[in-house]
Design a protein around this ligand. Structure first.
Ligand SMILES: [Zn+2]
Length: 292
């Protein structure tokens, strides 16, 4: 189902709170309705002056295994699931107040946030939504890992993710796809959880990170599958990678009309694709993309 071609915000406040995966710190988020053309903006209410950090690729900075935004002296990180929840639920304008730098990890998925946004309701204003139609192929990465954006075969944003860590990985190779819309996002993409191998999880904890995180706070793969846990979907890992891709593409700052295929990509490649799309939206740059 196509979304209405007008901008949406949430009808009521929504709250979510939890602990950051990396820092272990408690953090509360409040999603606030916002005026047309606000976009998605984070506001650090725990920092003097309550600085605003627009969720745009031009504020993205490289960080290990997560997406981080920096604007002025303020930053927010692990924003990808929050952004996926808003973008996936069709929200164009929202202020996300947070009282810490790291977004809550929840159960490793975006479900709690997407559900809170769904329950807050969506209202449409009379300003046309900002769309970017992908007209020519954009490819970022190499033969091993890449993201490629192409002209849409069907109206809307179609996403495909191919996950393959090789035959020796305990994480099975799977592919997932979706035509992005709020109903499918809420039921089929938002619940897909973050995952790690047992050895990567041990390395993180040895380095002093994620001390409070247990086998139930995300999916940890041992040699014979998820440890002390069950998958929510047979392709949960590639669905989670779709979720991350949606959150990173939200940094384009507008809705997309196109087909994005990602193979083994992570936040860095996804974010660079969002940067390319955002920067090519500037009419002074070479016009890979034209306004729909
Ligand atoms: Zn993720």
């Amino acid at each position: 189902m196509m979304q209405a071609p007008f901008q949406n915000t949430i009808a009521h406040l929504a709250h979510v709170s939890g602990r950051g995966y990396w820092s272990g710190k408690s953090v509360s988020l409040t999603f606030l309705p916002a005026e047309p053309d606000t976009g998605i903006v984070f506001r650090r209410v725990d920092v003097a002056g309550k600085p605003m950090i627009p969720a745009l690729a031009s504020h993205r900075t490289d960080a290990q295994l997560r997406t981080k935004l920096v604007c002025g002296g303020a930053s927010v990180e692990m924003v990808e699931h929050v952004l996926a929840a808003l973008y996936g639920m069709g929200i164009d304008n929202c202020i996300v107040e947070c009282d810490g730098a790291e977004m809550p990890g929840m159960d490793g998925s975006a479900y709690a946030m997407a559900l809170a946004i769904h329950q807050a309701g969506r209202i449409t204003c009379d300003q046309p939504a900002r769309y970017r139609r992908i007209e020519q192929t954009i490819r970022i990465g190499d033969e091993q890992a890449y993201v490629e954006a192409n002209r849409a075969q069907v109206p809307g944003l179609t996403l495909v993710y191919h996950l393959d860590y090789g035959p020796s990985s305990p994480i099975p190779s799977t592919s997932s796809s979706c035509l992005l819309n709020p109903e499918e996002f809420l039921t089929s993409i938002a619940p897909a959880r973050t995952f790690l191998t047992e050895s990567d999880a041990a390395k993180l904890q040895q380095s002093g990170l994620a001390q409070h995180v247990t086998h139930r706070d995300l999916v940890i793969f041992g040699k014979s599958g998820p440890i002390d846990n069950q998958l929510r979907f047979p392709d949960e890992c590639s669905r989670h990678k779709l979720l991350d891709l949606i959150g990173d593409l939200a940094l384009c700052g507008q809705r997309l009309d196109g087909m994005v295929f990602a193979c083994r990509s992570g936040h860095n490649l996804n974010g660079r694709m969002a940067e390319r799309i955002q920067s090519s939206s500037d009419p002074s740059n070479d016009s890979l993309l034209k306004a729909a």
